[in-house]
Design a protein around this ligand. Structure first.
Ligand code: NAD
Ligand code: TYD
Length: 350
């Protein structure tokens, strides 16, 4: 593959995928298409922006004529599709934005790929990056496998499930060469401080309350973002057309246990007495429809393609904390008026 379109490359996971591809494949041209919503930030790619094999295009994946013209211009032979609205709490407040980006945007990209790749489906790939949240919520036992039934329960996961269904429909109906991955919760550098880990790191720095939803007993399976990027690279190169791969960290944490560990690491790094940050924990009203537990069985990916996570969580979390403490200017730059308004609406009177 020579011309690779990565959508959502200015976001959290996308920026790590773009950096990996630009560095690893100097012979390929990598085009990053991103709308630069509140979550997209070109600072994430400052270190590689001048590389000769990298280009950035600002635009909306749901804009039909624009996306068709981009395919015309660049003759992409692979798409790695990450652009999406990605935060569950925002989806509860504004579901329609999620339909626009995640459903209309994905179908629009599929249409462009289908038109431009006609006659060359054997030399092209459409990689759709999705989430384990499409499978719904687990009880105390069990893991999501690639054959778990879809049971999305938030507007975010419903929009991602719809996009997955369209991607599969284009494979079965038109033969479009697609691959899908469903990954568990990511963490690491450059994650926008609306998600649990960076939000709490930011609040601990500021000594602001840590708003734990419900009793803090929900469980998530955490994967370091660079491990996800490497899995995407591997699956794009070696995954089977029409196949789905689950990606996960074998790393389940109850929210409150994760928060206690984070508080301990932060106290140490900030030179504060142990116990300072955990005192900031404030139990607040639960998220509507809060999924209890996500956990991934990634054995297909491990057995077929030899992938496994490279980092233990304690090490990844410490690396993540170090990155945020060393990049306070990044945090300050994303704390815009939009963020402050969002924060007020989301957390005041909760
Ligand atoms: P993010 O919110 O950090 O980044 C999303 C990017 O998409 C942003 O740069 C944004 O500007 C861009 N974007 C949004 N709407 C767009 C549009 N209409 N046109 C063009 N660009 C648009 O998200 P993320 O956490 O990096 O997630 C990336 C992908 O991975 C998403 O598809 C998400 O569903 C999936 N995923 C995320 C996680 C996770 O834990 N974050 C886990 C599994 C899967
Ligand atoms: P989040 O990072 O939003 O990811 P997702 O909901 O997609 O898994 O949330 C992770 C967990 O942390 C989830 O159980 C909700 C919880 N949470 C809080 O308790 N407080 C918060 O302020 C946020 C953002 C999340």
């Amino acid at each position: 593959m020579k011309n690779i379109l990565i959508t959502g490359g200015a976001g959290f996971i996308g920026s790590h995928v773009v950096r990996l591809f630009v560095s690893k494949y100097p012979e390929c041209r990598i085009v990053n298409l991103d709308k630069l919503t509140y979550a997209g930030n070109l600072l994430n790619l400052k270190d590689i922006e001048d590389r000769p094999n990298y280009g950035f295009v600002k635009g909306d994946i749901a804009d039909g004529p624009f996306v068709f013209a981009l395919f015309e211009k660049h003759a992409f032979d692979a798409v790695v599709h990450l652009a999406a609205e990605s935060h569950v709490d925002r989806s509860i407040a504004n579901p329609m934005e999620f339909v626009h980006a995640n459903v209309n945007g994905t179908v629009n990209l599929l249409n462009a790929a289908r038109k431009h790749w006609e006659g060359s489906f054997d030399k092209t790939r459409f990689f759709h990056v999705s989430t384990d949240e499409v499978y719904g919520s687990l009880g105390a036992d069990g893991l999501f496998t690639e054959t778990s039934p879809y049971d999305p329960r938030s507007p975010y996961s419903a929009s991602k499930a719809a996009s997955d269904h369209f991607v599969r429909a284009y494979f079965h109906t038109y033969g479009l060469p697609v691959i899908i991955s469903n990954c568990s919760n990511n963490y690491g550098p450059n994650q926008f401080p609306e998600k649990l880990i960076p939000l709490f790191i930011h609040n601990i720095i500021q000594q602001k309350p840590l708003p734990v939803y419900g009793k803090g007993e929900n469980v998530r399976d955490w994967l370091y973002v660079e491990d996800h990027a490497h899995a995407i690279d591997l699956i794009l190169r070696e995954g089977g057309v029409g196949q789905t791969y689950n990606i996960g960290g074998h790393n389940e944490w109850k929210n409150i246990d994760l928060i206690r560990l984070l508080c301990k690491i932060m106290d140490k790094k900030l030179g504060r007495p142990e116990g300072t940050s955990v005192n900031l924990v404030s139990y607040v009203r639960d998220r509507a429809g809060h999924d209890q537990r996500y956990a991934i069985d990634a054995s297909k990916l491990q057995q077929e393609l030899g992938w496994k996570p490279s980092l233990v969580f304690e090490e990844g979390l410490e690396r993540t904390v170090d990155w945020y403490l060393g990049n306070k200017d990044w945090l300050e730059q994303v704390i815009t008026r939009e963020y402050l308004n969002y924060y007020r609406e989301q957390y005041e009177n909760r």
